[in-house]
Design a binder for this molecule. Structure first.
Ligand SMILES: Cc1cc2nc3c(=O)[nH]c(=O)nc-3n(C[C@H](O)[C@H](O)[C@H](O)COP(=O)(O)OP(=O)(O)OC[C@H]3O[C@@H](n4cnc5c(N)ncnc54)[C@H](O)[C@@H]3O)c2cc1C
Length: 478
């Protein structure tokens, strides 16, 4: 039986060579290694081959062969996902399908404000093409130089512009998908209105490659702002940061495109490991918020808005101190502080990460209650709390006590602290995965927190679209 299976796999690999060219079917360990370990180096798998089709038709040919030979397929884009979704299991029976060669921009329609791109186009390239046409593609995240638009869609990535422009889902109008049977669904519609039945596009977005392979997409573009100005505000608590968010939204409306929170400890960690990035205020403050305005009028207009809102907040005592960036370089330095937090955390040692969301109004209470529960369960644990406050999304991470053995800390506390955090998230009607997806990392949490009704509906969709379970098995659903 085992021999039959392995000879069928060999036949599959041989047939793939005929279908997409031997040069694009990788089997040598040196060639396949970069595709088999995830970005965080948490998972390493094996694969009978890494397949690199160059067109939608070639993807269809590969999936047809996989269907005939019953070989499971693991789609992969830039391999920057944080939940192990693009890594195959260890059996060597699965094949990785990289969309990297599907890298063409098919069309840009300035009047319709849309760009049609293949799944392997790197996010930064989509942004660049939009800018060249005097448009903004607002999806932005720290991995944008490596992640692909297909991966962004498959994980419904968030990033720093969600407050104003929404997640990747909100930026997508149409998709082209290859089904597990190898059929091509051309749903590349560039329409803002289309009420014609079930929304298949929304099924594939966020499915993490478990229902089909996304090969191209029509994405929305926005007007390029005339100026982007950032500011930092110092506050006493997350509650105050929440009140200031309301004030900022009243003053700036849709011009407010970023609202990120960073605790004092986050910035101290950054200062410790990246001393060139200085603490931005003379005195320490419990919470620092980074605000970004994307102004359609001018830089002067954005500054006036900032001055108005910070004056009001300083007078009422809501904000303790504030600084508006004087130049592009200073704006960049403010964002550098925010973006270096995960790097500083990694330098500090192993840590426990949570990418959670709760309704924005509950963030302050959630942090207070959960900090207290963690302090009681793991004395000395250091909280590294930062994130997209404007979206209710926190990176709520736990660092081992100063000078302690981080590996031993994780072995003892990871499971119980995860439970404390996720139970509190659940109590506040939040989610255990706000923007990183489920992948293989959080499959257990999915079954733990979703209701039977929701699990059964998800299983029914999976069974209907992928009856033989060939698309990214073991990811999202157990
Ligand atoms: C430094 C850093 C910062 C990050 N910041 C953010 C952030 O702010 N917000 C955020 O949301 N994420 C963030 N991420 C996570 C990651 O960048 C995103 O999830 C990204 O969208 C993944 O794209 P990718 O092309 O690398 O996908 P991959 O990692 O290759 O794949 C991710 C998942 O999508 C599936 N997939 C990939 N391509 C396709 C396709 N064409 N069709 C079907 N399924 C497919 C894979 O099977 C896998 O399940 C960050 C990652 C890093 C390393």
């Amino acid at each position: 039986m085992t021999d039959t299976i392995s000879s069928d796999r060999d036949a599959f690999v041989t047939a793939c060579r005929d279908a997409i060219g031997a040069a694009h079917v990788l089997t040598e360990p040196n060639d396949t290694a970069p595709f088999l370990t995830d970005w965080r180096r948490r998972y390493t798998g094996a694969a009978c081959a890494v397949l690199r089709p160059g067109t939608t038709q070639e993807v269809a040919a590969v999936l047809k062969l996989a269907y005939e030979h019953r070989v499971a397929i693991v789609p992969q884009g830039g391999n920057t996902g944080l939940a192990g979704g693009a890594t195959p299991d260890v059996t060597g029976r699965q094949a990785v399908l990289s969309v990297a060669r599907l890298n063409r921009v098919r069309a840009l329609d300035p009047h319709n404000n849309t760009i049609t791109v293949e799944a392997g186009v790197i996010l930064a390239e989509v942004q660049r093409h939009a800018r060249q046409a005097d448009r903004l593609f607002p999806l932005s995240l720290a991995a944008e130089g490596s992640c692909t638009i297909g991966g962004n869609l498959a994980t419904n990535a968030g990033g720093t512009g969600v407050l104003r422009y929404g997640n990747t889902r909100e930026l997508c109008l149409g998709l082209e998908v290859v089904t597990p049977r190898g059929e091509i669904w051309d749903g590349l519609r560039a329409l803002r209105k289309d009420n014609t039945g079930y929304d298949l596009r929304d099924l594939y977005i966020g499915a993490e490659g478990t229902l089909g392979v996304i090969t191209a997409a029509v994405m929305k573009l926005h007007p390029l702002p005339a100026a982007r100005v950032t500011a930092l505000a110092a506050l006493a608590s997350p509650h105050a940061a929440l009140e200031f968010l309301t004030l900022a939204q009243q003053c700036a409306g849709p011009l407010l495109t970023g609202y990120e929170i960073m605790s004092d400890f986050c910035l101290r960690l950054v200062g410790k490991h990246y001393p060139q990035l200085r603490y931005p205020f003379d005195q320490p403050h419990a919470q620092i918020v980074l605000l970004e305005l994307s102004d359609t009028e001018s830089e002067a207009h954005a500054r006036t808005l900032f001055e108005r809102m910070t004056e009001q907040a300083l007078e009422s005592g809501l904000v303790e101190d504030a600084v508006v960036a004087e130049s592009l370089a200073q704006s960049r330095a403010f964002w550098d502080l925010r973006e270096h937090i995960p790097l500083a955390q990694a330098e500090e040692g192993l840590n426990i990460k949570h990418d959670i969301a709760v309704p924005i109004s509950r963030i302050g209470t959630f942090i207070e209650e959960t900090d207290a529960a963690i302090a009681a369960a793991a004395p000395g644990a250091r909280m590294v709390t930062f994130g997209h406050l404007g979206d209710g999304n926190l990176h709520y991470n736990v660092q081992a006590p100063e000078g302690g053995d981080a590996r031993a800390f994780l072995a003892q506390y990871q499971a119980p602290l995860n439970r404390i955090v996720y139970d509190n998230v659940h109590r506040h009607q939040g989610t255990f995965s706000a923007e990183h997806g489920v992948g293989q990392l959080k499959v257990g949490e999915l079954t733990h927190y979703k209701s039977d009704v929701e699990m059964n509906l998800m299983r029914a969709i999976k069974a209907a679209l992928d009856p033989h379970g060939l698309m990214n098995p073991g990811k999202v659903l157990p």
